[in-house]
Ligand binder design. Structure first.
Ligand code: OOG
Ligand code: NI
Length: 423
C-alpha cells in the first residue's frame, strides 16, 4: 500500500502543475516567493537555523488551495476523497458572520511527521443555499447542483477500493492522483445559460461561481513566503494587481498565526450555452505563517482585531520566551542533551538541555478568509447576513466530526515535552 503522506505530496505537486498551466500568474507568484525565501534565509542564518531542517525541507512544497461546493453530498464525497490523501477536516469557519454565505473547514494532515512530509491543505467551503432569499432561485440552484457529478466514476471506485482495503497499491494510487485532479480542473464551459448565470450572480457572486460550473475548480493555490511585506512590495513592483491590505496580524519580530495577501481575481472568458461571457473567480494568494496561539493568545489577537488594530498587538509579547512562559503560543520541545531528571521543563530549557521551537500555525483565520473572499468576488458581495454558526450541519454533511485545531497543537506540545524530559 502506498503511504498516504507520499500520495498527498504527489497530489499537491500535480495540483500545482495543473494550476500553473491554467493560471500563468500563479507560476510567477511561486517564482517570486521562492526568490524571497532564498534571500531571507541567506540574509538571516539564525532564522535558517531556528527554522530547523524539517521546516526548510517543507517550505518549497508548502501550498494551500481553496474550493467551494454546493451540497452536503458533494462535501461528504470530498471528505472521502481527501481521506485517501491522509487529510481530515480541521477547524470550523463561519463566514456568514462576515457576509459570505458559506461555512468552511480545512482538509489537512494532522501528525507532525505527516505535516513535514506534505503540509498541503485545502480550505473547503459549503455554500449555504438557505441564505438565498428568493425560494424559486434557491430551488433552481438546487436542481442544477443535483444534476452534476464532481468526482469521476473511476475516482469514486478508487475511493471505495481504498476504504475497503485500507489503502491503494502503486498503480491504483497513480491512477487516483490523475482521476482526483479532474474534480478541481477549470471548465470554461458553464452548465447554464447567461440568463440563469445572471440571476444567480445577482443573488450572490459566490452562488454563481459554485452553481454554474461542472465542479469545484480550485480558485487559488497559495505558496508560503517568509517575508510577506517584501513579497507584497515585489508584487506591486511587477505590476501584479495586489490587494491593498495584508490580512491578519501586523508585522512582528515573532510572527504569529497567518498573514495573507492576494492578487485580484482574473476576468476569464467563459461560454454560457455557446454564448461568450466572463466569470471572475480565480486569483493568486501568498501567505506568511507564524507560531500557533493558545486559546489565551488567540483571545488577545481577536481582541486586537475587533479594536482599532493599532500597529502592534499590545498584550501579545513579541518574544518567543515570553509567549511560551505566559502560555500564549505553542512550542515543540527537542532534547539536546539529557536534562537533569529532578529539574522541570523550564529549568531544562534554561540550562540549554532542551530547546523550544515554535509550532507553526497550520490553519486559517475566518476574518482574513472573509476579506479574501470579498476582495475577489467583485461588487455586491458584502451584505452581512448574521445567522448562527452551523457547525453541526457542516459535520453532518462531512459525515464526521471536525477536529479542533487548538487541541491538536496542545497534544503535540505536550507529547514533545514528555519525550524531551523522559528518563
Ligand atoms: C476561500 C478564501 C479563504 C484563505 O486563505 O483564508 C482562503 C475561497 O475564496 O474560496 O483561502
Ligand atoms: Ni487562501
Amino acid at each position: 500500500m502506498v503511504d498516504p503522506d507520499r500520495l498527498r505530496a504527489e497530489f499537491s505537486q500535480a495540483m500545482s502543475a495543473m494550476y500553473r498551466a491554467e493560471v500563468p500568474l500563479y507560476g510567477e507568484l511561486v517564482a517570486l516567493v521562492e526568490a524571497i525565501n532564498r534571500r531571507v534565509l541567506e540574509a538571516d542564518p539564525s532564522l535558517a537555523a531556528s527554522h530547523g531542517q524539517d521546516e526548510r525541507a517543507r517550505l518549497d512544497l508548502e501550498r494551500h488551495g481553496a474550493i467551494r461546493v454546493g451540497t452536503a453530498a458533494e462535501l461528504g464525497l470530498l471528505r472521502r476523497l481527501f481521506g485517501v490523501l491522509g487529510m481530515v477536516p480541521v477547524g470550523y469557519y463561519d463566514l456568514a458572520a462576515a457576509g459570505v454565505p458559506v461555512h468552511s473547514t480545512a482538509f489537512r494532515a494532522t501528525g507532525p511527521a505527516s505535516l513535514t512530509r506534505s503540509p498541503f491543505r485545502v480550505f473547503t467551503s459549503l455554500l449555504r443555499l438557505e441564505l438565498i432569499a428568493d425560494p424559486a432561485l434557491r430551488r433552481a440552484a438546487q436542481e442544477i447542483l443535483a444534476r452534476r457529478r464532481i468526482v469521476t466514476p473511476r475516482a469514486v471506485a478508487l475511493i471505495e477500493q481504498h476504504e475497503r482495503e485500507g489503502g491503494l497499491d502503486e498503480r491504483s494510487a497513480s491512477e487516483f492522483v490523475r482521476e482526483a485532479l479532474e474534480t478541481f480542473r477549470w471548465h470554461a464551459e458553464a452548465t447554464v445559460d447567461a440568463a440563469a448565470y445572471g440571476a444567480l450572480r445577482q443573488a450572490h457572486p459566490l452562488v454563481a461561481d459554485v452553481v454554474c460550473f461542472r465542479g469545484p475548480h480550485i480558485n487559488h493555490l497559495t505558496p508560503r513566503v517568509l517575508d510577506i511585506d517584501a513579497a507584497q512590495a515585489a508584487m506591486l513592483e511587477r505590476g501584479l494587481p495586489a490587494k491593498e491590505l495584508i490580512e491578519g496580524p501586523p508585522p512582528r519580530r515573532c510572527p504569529v498565526l497567518l498573514r495573507q495577501t492576494s492578487f485580484k481575481a482574473l476576468s476569464e472568458p467563459v461560454r454560457f450555452d455557446g454564448e461568450a461571457g466572463i466569470h471572475t473567480a480565480r486569483f493568486g494568494e501568498i501567505e506568511q505563517r507564524g507560531v500557533a496561539l493558545t486559546e489565551a493568545g488567540r483571545i488577545r489577537y481577536d481582541t486586537w482585531l475587533a479594536s482599532n488594530q493599532s500597529s502592534t498587538i499590545n498584550d501579545l509579547p513579541d518574544d518567543h520566551a515570553a509567549l511560551r512562559e505566559q502560555d500564549l503560543a505553542f512550542y515543540r520541545y527537542r532534547r539536546v542533551r539529557r536534562p537533569d531528571p529532578h529539574a522541570g521543563l523550564q529549568a531544562a530549557i534554561a540550562s540549554g538541555a532542551v530547546v523550544a521551537e515554535p509550532i507553526l500555525y497550520e490553519d486559517f483565520l475566518p476574518v482574513s478568509a472573509a476579506g479574501i473572499f470579498r476582495s475577489n468576488l467583485g461588487d455586491g458581495a458584502g451584505e452581512a447576513a448574521r445567522p448562527d454558526p452551523q457547525r453541526p450541519a457542516l459535520e453532518q454533511a462531512l459525515g464526521c466530526a471536525i477536529l479542533d485545531e487548538v487541541a491538536l497543537y496542545r497534544k503535540q506540545a505536550t507529547a514533545s515535552a514528555a519525550a524531551a524530559m523522559a528518563g
